[in-house]
Design a protein around this ligand. Structure first.
Ligand SMILES: Nc1nc2c(c(=O)[nH]1)N[C@H]1C(S)=C(S)[C@@H](COP(=O)(O)O)O[C@H]1N2
Ligand SMILES: [Mo]
Length: 346
């Protein structure tokens, strides 16, 4: 490639820098949300894609700094809001990089991944405002050969840097190298006492009286109630990984009742609805029925209150938020499994 052409390519007009940054942020946000949902290795590319988007944002920093410097020369009051946006964007990036490398896993006592997500969510309205306030009319040249070459170069560069940084993290033996495909770190496997206890949003640990607790089951044969002692009659054990979206995973031996054995199939059923005492609920596609286990024990001992006593769901291949704790109701329903919010709201 000619030197002049190369130099020209490396000097994009400010509007193209802005457009590229906006697209990179959109993809970063999309892949970030999707990474929360992946539970099986076929989704590993989503997490990698998120890392590549992050690197694209890093690569754009020098170009965006030029645009910012020019913008700051204009004494707009709203520049403070724009600066806040820049600071929060940097915090998001640094928290993400700190977590991914394992070098900074907590910030001010908060889990680094949690900071990354929380600040990224604050960015959404700010970015929307900024793009609107500094909007420019699209031009034909935005899709010129040069612009597309630049975009391609940026994507390839970001992928290259991502791959190189992954290699560097493992060569240097940084903790990030030991992460699971979801990005999570191993914690307390086969030691239930050392396994973190978390809730999706704000659920508090309920006090459950085991003698009065009942499991309400509705299936092809109607509705019935089971006592805890009746569940203890089943003792299927499975070794499964609980992988929380707050950045840790833990492998344990879970003992309990396979839902496929507990529920009588109903030809019209499309989903398995699992409800908690706290009001939290999720819905699985009926084809998952034989994968699910209602666990009453972990590591050979009854569940502790914070881990879901007396019964919690074990959902292999799905992230922690599917593993309903303190289950009090399970129903086969004709409702399709997609009929639920993308993430639990409880
Ligand atoms: N009822 C109820 N079940 C729940 C949650 C919740 O907030 N309420 N949080 C889920 C999430 S996000 C995770 S990661 C796991 C955590 O399980 P643990 O506390 O046993 O580690 O429980 C899941 N089950
Ligand atoms: Mo979680």
């Amino acid at each position: 490639m000619g030197r002049r052409l190369l130099r020209g390519l490396l000097r994009p007009p400010g509007r193209q820098t802005n457009q590229a940054l906006f697209v990179a942020l959109l993809f970063a946000f999309g892949t970030g949300v999707a990474t929360i949902a992946i539970g099986s290795p076929d989704g590993a590319w989503v997490a990698a894609g998120h890392g590549i988007c992050g690197m694209a944002v890093v690569l754009l920093i020098p170009w965006k700094s030029r645009v910012v410097r020019a913008g700051l020369r204009r004494a707009r009051l709203s520049r403070w809001l724009s600066l806040l946006l820049a600071v929060l964007a940097l915090v998001t990036l640094l928290a993400g990089l700190g977590y991914a490398t394992g070098l900074v896993r907590s910030i001010a006592g908060l889990a680094g991944l949690w900071v990354h997500i929380a600040v990224a969510l604050m960015l959404v309205p700010l970015v929307a405002w900024h793009v609107w306030a500094r909007r420019v009319r699209p031009r034909r040249a935005d899709l010129s050969r040069r612009a597309l070459l630049r975009a391609g170069g940026l994507a390839a560069g970001a992928a290259g840097i991502y791959a190189a940084s992954q290699a560097a993290v493992s060569l240097l033996g940084w903790p990030g190298a030991t992460r699971r495909f979801t990005g999570s770190y191993e914690t307390g496997s086969f030691r239930p006492d050392a396994m973190p206890s978390t809730s999706w949003l704000l659920d508090a640990v309920p006090a459950v009286d085991p003698d009065r607790w009942r499991l309400a089951v509705t299936d092809g044969r109607g509705r019935r109630e089971l006592m805890l002692a009746q569940l203890a009659a089943y003792g299927t054990q499975v070794r499964v990984t609980l992988d929380c979206t707050s950045g840790w995973y833990s492998r344990q031996d879970w003992t309990g009742v396979p839902l496929g054995a507990l529920l009588h199939r109903d030809p019209g059923a499309q989903s398995v609805y699992v409800h908690s005492l706290t009001g939290y609920w999720v819905r699985f596609p009926i084809r998952d029925l034989d994968l699910l286990l209602l666990a009453t024990q972990v590591g050979g001992a009854p569940l502790s209150a914070d881990h879901g006593f007396p019964a919690r769901l074990v959902a292999p291949g799905r992230r922690g938020y599917w593993w309903v704790k303190w289950v009090d109701r399970i129903e086969l329903q004709a409702t399709p499994s997609w009929w639920q919010p993308p993430f639990p709201t409880g």
